[in-house]
Design a protein around this ligand. Structure first.
Ligand SMILES: Cc1cc2nc3c(=O)[nH]c(=O)nc-3n(C[C@H](O)[C@H](O)[C@H](O)COP(=O)(O)O)c2cc1C
Length: 316
């Protein structure tokens, strides 16, 4: 357990991922041992202006707890106002995004651009920390904009700590790298060494071995999972058990994967008005490494109803 004010975080948490970590994803993950997750990032501007669609992205339920919301933006006043709104909505933690590489966000000065703007980052941290009364505040950042040494992230992490931020997460890639190359755990370790607040390491954790390597090399307090958990809700319990020295659960067989996927499909249908496009991606997550998946994917892509998709899963 990693103690933050008002909240204990587990050693393994789920990162925010746009179009991925929605309510059905989180409910499936929780049923398999996931103990803390984020919504996908939310635009602070859109939240403050109540733009249509933003509330849907923030859909949650009483059994989806504890859950953190992540804000992206670059205006300190708007970020502060949005943070107060998130706290009032009942979320358990507020994170600020200093990692998003998308040009639409970066060109406005948000996401990973803030790694190059320490004084703007400081104003945002100060306003957000001041605007909330109770819940912990965290920052998720990349190693740097283009410098992969971790120096930029270390500077920002120290500023965050001085502003009263409770913990940080570091994705071991730069903005320039996008999602290419491998995450640099040594550089994450330099950020960890620069601060005394808890640090979660993130990037390329896909199993127990990679989680151990991240923790050993970086010295981080916890692991933040990203793509490794898509279609693999068993990963949380597996890593937590291994790290705690408990017996690891057996790997799921094909029948179990199908059962859980069908439940995921059911939840997606319940919570999403037009689930077909999203389901095409989700279904393939579950069978990434299974023989015959290429033909299966073609058939799923040609299916036009959820009933057809269900039948294809059953027959696979
Ligand atoms: C499809 C996708 C969406 C993402 N959305 C977000 C997001 O909303 N907020 C965020 O901080 N990071 C986001 N990320 C980054 C991930 O949270 C994570 O930092 C990154 O994928 C590295 O971890 P991994 O190598 O374990 O996947 C996203 C990544 C992907 C692939």
């Amino acid at each position: 357990m990693i103690r933050l004010k008002q909240l204990d975080l587990p050693t393994v948490v789920q990162s925010p991922m746009a179009n991925c970590t929605d309510l059905p994803f989180r409910l499936i993950a929780r049923a398999h041992g996931m103990r803390f997750a984020f919504l996908e990032m939310i635009s602070s501007e859109a939240l403050v202006r109540d733009v249509r669609g933003t509330r849907e992205l923030m859909q949650t339920s009483p059994d989806d707890r504890p859950v953190g919301a992540q804000l992206v933006g670059c205006d300190p006043d708007v970020m502060g106002e949005a943070a107060a709104k998130i706290e009032a909505m009942g979320f358990d933690l507020i994170d600020m995004n200093l990692g998003c590489p998308v040009p639409k966000i970066v060109s406005k000065g948000g996401g990973s651009m803030l790694l190059r703007e320490p004084s703007m980052a400081q104003q945002i941290f100060t306003n957000v920390v001041r605007s909330v009364k109770r819940v912990p505040v965290t920052v998720k950042m990349r190693l740097g904009f283009s410098d992969s040494s971790g120096a930029e992230a270390a500077t920002i992490a120290c500023i965050a700590q001085d502003c009263g931020v409770d913990a940080i997460a570091v994705h071991g890639r730069t903005r320039e790298q996008g999602y290419c190359g491998s995450a640099n755990y040594e550089a994450i370790g330099r950020v960890k060494a620069a601060v005394s607040i808890p640090v979660f390491g993130n990037g390329d954790v896909v199993d127990v071995a990679s989680a151990r390597r991240l923790l050993d090399v970086s010295g981080c307090d916890g692991v933040m999972l990203g793509r490794g958990a898509l279609g693999n809700p068993w990963i949380y319990e597996d890593i937590e058990a291994a790290l705690a020295g408990r017996a690891r659960p057996a790997a799921p067989d094909l029948a179990q994967r199908k059962r859980v996927l069908l439940r995921h499909v059911e939840l997606q249908e319940r919570y999403e008005e037009w689930p077909i496009g999203h389901l095409r991606r989700i279904i393939c997550w579950y069978f990434k490494d299974v023989p015959g998946v290429a033909e299966f994917r073609n058939r799923i892509n040609r299916a036009h109803t959820v009933a057809e998709m269900r039948a294809l899963i059953d027959a696979f």
